[in-house]
Design a protein around this ligand. Structure first.
Ligand code: ADP
Ligand code: MG
Length: 257
């Protein structure tokens, strides 16, 4: 059975898209069949695979508004085993549109029903908000991966994030455990990064929830999207790529693979 993981944090710039794209690519290279669902109107995950988001006709918006089935929107990427449902600005009004529907929380889950078992992993990249799209992703996912930037105020908002997950779990009877907390943009030279790491450990007393793998701040990770390639392909030997590859291995190990 496939596993669906939502990559979420309502904070912008904490590495959600970078994590989605590079974790997905690593899992694909390790032989898993992976689908990325871009659920951010900014479409950054889409462009990270060199896909022109403006020209993308069938997007996650078309799926959520039931214009086409999810199957029809799945596209190949240039990477073997790796597929994507793209997104673009058309998604920006979807939250309001969908919230008028009675069971709006369930729309994504229902849309994915026929495809979840085609893939080993489905990774959902989310926008920086706790709105309708995020709630849909929580309901549709088996677990949540939370990237946290090693920065001041990084933990601000994490309580809200966890409350939202709990709320959805309780109201909709849809258990969505935290797969893991991922420390990103870590700079081992700074005291600040280490302090955030300490705070994180304090905040999440259940240490299991924090991934052993830490993602360093690495310029290659920031450069890769402008080349239309995940960093894993653009510069596989970079410290950033190696970290995401290790994260993929850590997840496979955790999943008993
Ligand atoms: P989000 O999707 O949470 O908004 P992104 O993944 O888009 O965050 O990252 C925000 C910016 O930081 C992007 O320009 C990205 O290329 C860059 N970035 C992300 N992770 C790293 C990292 N570990 N090292 C260097 N730059 C990074
Ligand atoms: Mg993003």
């Amino acid at each position: 059975m496939g596993e669906t993981i939502a990559i979420m944090n309502q904070k912008g710039g904490c590495g959600k898209t970078t994590t989605t794209v590079n974790l997905a690519t690593s899992l694909a290279i390790l032989g898993k069949s992976v689908l990325v669902i871009d659920m951010d109107p900014q479409g950054n995950a889409t462009t990270s695979f060199g896909i022109n988001k403006i020209e993308a006709e069938n997007t996650i918006y078309s799926v959520l508004t039931r214009k086409v089935t999810a199957q029809k929107t799945i596209r190949n990427t240039f990477i073997q085993n790796l597929f994507i449902i793209p997104s673009n600005i058309s998604l920006s009004g979807a939250g309001v549109e969908l919230s008028r529907e009675e069971n709006y929380h369930n729309i994504l889950k229902k849309s994915l029903k026929n495809i979840v078992d085609i893939f080993d992993y489905i990774l959902i990249d989310l926008p920086p908000s706790l709105g309708v799209l995020t709630v849909n992703a929580i309901v549709a996912s088996d677990s949540v991966l939370i990237p946290i930037q090693a920065e001041y105020y990084a933990l601000e908002g994490v309580a809200d994030l966890i409350n939202t997950i709990k709320l959805v779990e309780n109201r909709l009877k849809s258990p969505t455990p935290i797969k893991g907390i991922l420390l990103t943009l870590f700079d081992k030279r700074t005291l600040l990064s280490k302090e955030v790491q300490k705070e994180l450990k304090k905040f999440f007393e259940n240490k299991e929830h924090i991934f052993k793998t830490i993602i360093p701040r690495n310029i290659k990770l920031a450069e890769a999207p402008s080349h239309g390639k995940p960093c894993i392909i653009y510069d596989p030997e970079s410290t950033g790529s190696r970290a995401y590859f290790n994260l993929a291995k850590e997840i496979l190990e955790k999943d008993g693979d």
